[in-house]
Structures are given as C-alpha cells and as structure tokens.
Design a protein around this ligand. Structure first.
Ligand code: 5GP
Length: 202
C-alpha cells in the first residue's frame, strides 16, 4: 500500500488560512486533519475534538514526557502540540494528512519528517493584511499592531516553505492548494502499484 503524504500548513492571522482549510476539506473530505492538543481555554463557538483537543497542562506535560508529540510550542503562555500516533497511522493507511501549525512547529516537523510538504499561506499585500487585521474595528490599535508584528515575523520565514499560496481570491487559493496535493499524489513514489498492475498483465 502506498503511504499518504504529510502537508504542513502555516500562515499568519489575516492570511485567511482557516477559511481556506474549511473549503479544502469540503473539496477533499478524504484528507485527515491533525487535531492539535492545546492548553488554552476554549473560545466561544469552539468544540472539543473538532480542531483542537483541550487538555490540562499536566496532561500536556505527560504527552511530552511520553514522547507522544511530533512537535510542540508555547504560544501566548499556552502549549500547542501535534500528537504523533494518529498522523503516522493515517499516512500508513495511505491517507494524506494536513497539519496546521505555526512557523516553529513547521520547522520541528521538517527536521523529523524531511519528506513532509510545507505550504505557507500569504496575504496578498501589506495593505490587505492591515485591512484584514483591523477589519473588525472592535480592537485597540495596540492589539492590531501586535497582530501585525506577529504576522510580519511569520512572513519573514515564508521562504522556509516548499510552496507559497497567495490568498487573494479564496477559490483560486483553494485550487492552488489542491494542485499541490494532486501533484504529490502523481509522484512516482505513490504510483509504483500502477506500474506493477500494468506489467502484471504482460
Ligand atoms: P489559536 O489559539 O489562535 O487557535 O492558534 C494560535 C497559533 O497556534 C496559530 O498560529 C496556529 O497556527 C498555531 N497552532 C495550532 N495548532 C498548533 C500545533 O499543534 N502546534 C503548533 N506549534 N502551533 C499550532
């Protein structure tokens, strides 16, 4: 059986990454989404086990001690981590895996899984990023500036990724990420079975 690929997706707040991922899963529901374990409090509208598993710091530290995490990071005082076992199991059964992490998480995954394919979601311009981050109009200028600084810090590391997808038009961006996934599915490494099947008949 051919193994699935592992796709690591990052993008700053304001890149539209969350909407893009929702639309990607509508188009390719067979993908496996890696549910991160995190220790921050649940926000309104969030459900345990959907995008995140909300766990205690003790539980998280046990996962670190038992080497259950592929990567982990601290963000605004809370732990965020990617459980290893579900990803390995999905890839082993031939399912493509999507892992959404920040730039530090992506760096850790690249070191452990050099074949992982990394994709950075970019806002189309500085002006558009600023417009998106201040769009809600309910937050202080200080908070918007903080988000902007953090986004620019991530964008400075975009060249570490295999692919850059500019999220100007959302449907085009979804087509682009599907192109990346489709091209990986066509790689010789994943087509060996087809070669064998055709040659078997001759
Ligand atoms: P939020 O708390 O706003 O949902 O996410 C904060 C940041 O954590 C985002 O940049 C998100 O990409 C990142 N993140 C989500 N899950 C993980 C994870 O499992 N590992 C790491 N390193 N970062 C994550």
């Amino acid at each position: 059986m051919n193994k699935g690929d592992i796709f690591v997706i990052s993008g700053p707040s304001g890149s539209g990454k969350d909407t893009l991922l929702v639309k990607l899963f509508e188009r390719l529901p067979e993908l496996f989404f890696s549910i991160s374990s995190i220790t921050r409090p649940m926000r309104e509208g969030e459900k345990n086990g959907e995008k995140y598993n909300f766990i205690s710091r003790d539980e998280f530290e046990k996962m670190i001690a038992n080497d259950e995490l592929l990567e982990h990071n601290t963000y605004v005082g809370n732990y965020y981590g990617t459980p290893k076992a579900p990803i390995i199991a999905a890839a082993e059964r031939g399912t493509d895996v999507i892992i959404e992490v920040d730039v530090n998480g992506a760096e850790q995954i690249r070191k452990k899984i050099p074949d992982a394919v990394s994709v950075f979601i970019m806002p189309p311009s500085f002006e558009e990023l600023k417009r998106r981050l201040s769009g809600r109009g309910t937050e202080s200028e200080e908070l918007v500036n903080k988000r902007m600084d953090s986004a620019l810090g991530e964008i400075k590391r975009a060249s570490e990724y295999d692919y850059i997808i500019v999220n100007d038009d959302i449907d085009t961006a979804v087509d682009d990420i599907i192109s990346v996934i489709s091209s990986c599915r066509l790689k010789t490494e994943r087509r060996k079975q087809i070669i064998d099947e055709v040659l078997e008949k001759c």
